[in-house]
Design a protein around this ligand. Structure first.
Ligand code: HEM
Length: 246
């Protein structure tokens, strides 16, 4: 089933009957498959609640204003060569010195595509940090870089960095869809975030990119049972980079 309406997406995302499609549980310890079997993102019920608490606690120790300042400073130091900056800054804040393995590990993290490269990258990260810290880096990497990339495409609309980011999240989300399994019927459900964020019943002139739009209830950070726990951190990292580039 494909969900494109905003109201229907809210219902599915808030109902524990819909769970992330299960991931394999028999991966060898320290591999990508093992990691996916142990993170909150793909867990359900009480296991999800407990694992989510660990990442939320870790996030609570990070200061978004400091992340923003550090992302700005690092982008300046690198003369605007911003790729890898958000991940490096987040890594430093989490005590992970070498984040070079994050892109290779993040590649397979959401898709589940296993490879010796992804396994080696996961092993490198787990040698430096515990599971909550590695989870945060892998969740953050592609989404935050995607947000910056998409915002840069809309930079000619003017407005301040925060307004640009807010409207980019609605109009041009870095994550286009999220999937669920209906535990009652066994159906797979895909929530089309792009369509839901442009539902004409919720957003006036949904296809136009308007940074002056008042706070729009986009679904890019999810909703309900397992929304992104780090929208403030994501925005801080992206804003710090964009302050330099724009
Ligand atoms: C623009 C950047 C980001 C976007 C658009 C985004 C979006 C999302 C979404 C939609 C989910 C829920 C997935 C679902 O319901 O199926 C999610 C989960 C998550 N995100 Fe983000 N995220 C971003 C950045 C970050 C950052 C920077 C961090 C960490 C610092 C982070 C940490 C997490 C974690 C740990 C989860 C799993 C939550 C759980 O299992 O309950 N995200 N994110």
């Amino acid at each position: 089933m494909l969900i494109t309406r905003h109201a229907e997406a809210l219902v599915v995302l808030a109902d524990a009957r819909y769970v992330p499609p299960p991931v394999r549980q028999d991966g060898r310890e320290g591999t990508l498959a093992w990691l996916r079997a142990h993170v909150s993102r793909f867990s359900t019920g009480d296991t999800h609640t407990g694992r989510r608490r660990l990442v939320v606690d870790r996030l609570a120790a990070l200061d978004p204003a400091e992340l923003r300042t550090a992302a700005r400073a690092r982008t300046l130091e690198r003369d605007g060569d911003w790729r890898g900056v958000p991940t490096e800054v987040l890594g430093t804040a989490l005590g992970v010195r070498d984040t070079g393995a994050v892109p290779a590990a993040a590649n397979g993290y959401l898709s589940g595509e296993e490879s010796p490269e992804a396994d080696a990258a996961v092993a490198k990260l787990l040698a430096q940090a515990d599971l909550p810290a590695v989870t945060l880096l892998l969740q953050a990497h592609a989404a935050t870089e995607g947000l910056i990339e998409n915002a840069l495409r809309h930079a000619d609309h003017g407005g301040d960095v925060d307004a640009l980011l807010r409207e980019t999240l609605r109009h041009d989300p870095p994550l286009k869809a999220t999937r669920r399994l209906d535990t009652v019927t066994g159906d797979e459900v895909t929530i089309d975030l792009v369509a839901a964020n442009r539902d004409p019943g919720v957003f006036a002139g949904p296809d136009s990119f308007d940074p002056a739009r008042a706070d729009a209830p986009h679904l890019t950070f999810g909703h309900g049972v397992r929304p992104c726990p780090a929208p403030v951190h994501a925005l801080a990292l992206a804003a710090g980079v964009l302050e330099v580039l724009l």
